[in-house]
Design a protein around this ligand. Structure first.
Ligand code: ACM
Ligand code: ZN
Length: 539
């Protein structure tokens, strides 16, 4: 008997093209009908790998607990299959009345599919808190999803103020909800060295503690609390491995930053011979740009850096190591016999673009790049490393606006956009700073974050392909507690995630604000502190 011909079955009539998910998936078709997740059975292809199986098991466990229904009792099914035609971060979710079918080729695709499904379910899915009376159905639909950018980063400074294992893990959890995949861990700075280096245990014994911390804003204060800060505030290499594993299970790569040759007072206080003057130096108790930097003229300084970076390269499995390069005043080098001798030896001279001392910095950066390349690593540096002869394979992190990123891609380098005026989450989120937690200044509201477009009109397609992603940064001079940190992060990270994930045509600020109501429910159930301006401003 011939079946009746229907171009589209009733169930596949498209009734919507958006879902209440942040970041909004690339392609959505919502159909009539629903799928009951409560009591669904789970079947997963082991070829997806152990971490994916663990993630699926965690999801199943929370679903059973929150819906108060045992798996396999509803006649519906979650099925996870491996499909190698998809990219590592891509997934396809096909939901019909009986089956939610997830296809992915690797861990990240599986994680992002699960995250999308979780956002469509009652918020109790995030904790497993019983909510048997909630609506555990999701609409029938087809989602085909993948990110716009492969590098979707979030940075955290743990030097100025320390955030411990639990807070770093919570930070990674928050990143995972937003489908971010790079944690940029700023581990050393003038105010504290926070990474164990086996060859130099003094770095954390001495360099992690400052004797005092500025009270008030660096702009106008000379007052200190005269209280030591930082005793025991550092990460052992075992703890770092624990964080790396925790992040990896959430599809996140951890990129360490050892900021050099400036921002090194903690190391100088530990080993004064690494400086131009020999000190004495102190782990800094104030904020800003210190004139004392590593001496670039001494071979012993280079050996120190190579020792440190050698342990860093061994410890972190990441493709990249960030070697800083920002805010390195040259006044000590100008007056240092060793630095001047090195400049002479290398034949550097002032020219109409750069000073000899700027070229000396490129010598340091290039040398460290070469060293790390010998260890199988690529380097990232702040955009100052474009001043002089930029290290040949360096990726540029463009923070002083987008100019550095533009220049980098025109030179054929990769670039990551982190411009202060869009992505410095230590800046205020409101003009009403009297009623905000104390901060560094600036003004970066959620809408501004959301509005960022990393490609500029004058970029060719080839140049655009070198913009590998976008990141936001949190510097912690004025952020002293976990709850303050979360407040600065949220909800701006939600806006960041759509910049990183969504094609421009899929961005829509009004739709995003509507979806933020549900995201706030997730923040609430997980106990995250967050700024509420976007909600109160709408009312
Ligand atoms: C920076 O904010 N100094 C990279
Ligand atoms: Zn010197």
């Amino acid at each position: 008997m011939a079946l009746p011909v229907m171009a589209v079955s009733c169930a596949e009539k498209v009734i919507g093209t958006e879902v209440d998910v942040i970041p909004q998936p690339a392609s959505v078709e919502v159909y009539e009908g629903t799928f009951n997740a409560a009591g669904a059975s789970f079947k997963a292809d082991e070829a997806l790998g152990g971490l994916a199986m663990d993630a699926i098991a965690r999801f199943e466990q929370n679903l059973v607990s929150a819906s108060s229904s045992e798996s396999g009792t509803s006649g519906t099914h979650f099925v996870f299959t491996r499909d190698d035609s998809l990219g590592d971060e891509e997934y396809v979710l096909s939901v019909s009345g009986k089956k939610a079918h997830i296809k992915a080729s690797a861990l990240n695709g599986v994680l992002y599919a699960i995250e999308t499904v979780k956002q469509l379910l009652p918020v109790e899915i995030y904790t497993g808190a019983p909510a048997p009376d909630a609506d555990w159905t999701i609409p029938c639909m087809k989602i085909q999803d993948k990110p716009r950018f492969g590098y979707r980063g979030m940075h955290l400074d743990v030097s100025r103020h320390f955030f411990d294992m639990d807070e770093v893990k919570k930070y990674l959890d928050i990143m995972a909800i937003h489908k971010l995949n790079v944690f940029h861990w700023h581990l050393t700075d003038d105010q504290g060295w926070r990474l164990e280096i086996k060859k130099y245990p003094q770095l954390t014994e001495v360099g992690s503690v400052r004797n005092k911390t500025l009270v008030g804003h660096a702009r106008d204060s000379r007052k200190y609390d005269n209280t030591p800060y930082g005793e025991g505030c550092w990460f052992s290499q075992d703890q770092v491995r624990e964080i790396i594993d925790y992040a990896a299970a959430r599809g996140i790569e951890v990129i360490p930053e050892i900021d050099l040759p400036g921002h090194m007072l903690a190391a100088l206080a530990t080993f004064p011979e690494l400086g131009c003057t020999g000190g004495p130096y102190e782990v800094w108790g104030r904020w800003g740009i210190a004139e004392d930097v590593l001496c670039a003229g001494k071979e012993s300084t280079m050996e120190f850096l190579e020792d440190v970076l050698s342990e860093v390269a061994d410890l972190f499995p990441s493709e990249y190591v960030h070697i800083g390069g920002d805010e390195c005043p040259k006044v000590r080098w100008e007056n240092c016999p060793d630095c001047q001798a090195k400049i002479k030896e290398l034949g550097y001279k002032d020219d109409d673009k750069h000073t000899a001392e700027q070229y000396l910095q490129t010598y340091v950066m290039n040398r460290m790049e070469k060293f790390l390349e010998s260890k199988g690593k690529k380097v990232i540096g702040w955009d100052e490393i474009l001043e002089g002869e930029v290290a040949p394979n360096a990726t540029i992190m463009s923070w002083r606006g987008v100019e550095g990123g533009r220049e980098a891609v025109k030179l054929g380098h990769d670039a990551i956009m982190v411009p202060t005026e869009y992505f410095y989450f230590d800046y205020y989120q409101s003009r009403d700073i009297e009623n905000e937690p104390f901060g560094i200044g600036g003004y970066v509201p959620v809408e501004k974050v959301y509005s960022f477009e990393p490609f500029t009109d004058d970029m060719t397609d080839e140049e655009k392909s070198h913009i590998i992603g976008v990141q936001a940064n949190i510097w912690t001079e004025y952020i002293t507690s976990d709850s303050h940190l979360e407040y600065m992060l949220l909800p701006r990270m939600s806006a960041l995630s759509e910049v990183q994930w969504c094609a421009p045509e899929n961005k829509d600020y009004e739709r995003f604000l509507n979806n933020m109501e549900s995201m706030a429910g997730i923040y609430d159930i997980l106990g995250y502190n967050y700024a509420r301006h976007i909600f109160t401003d709408r009312k």
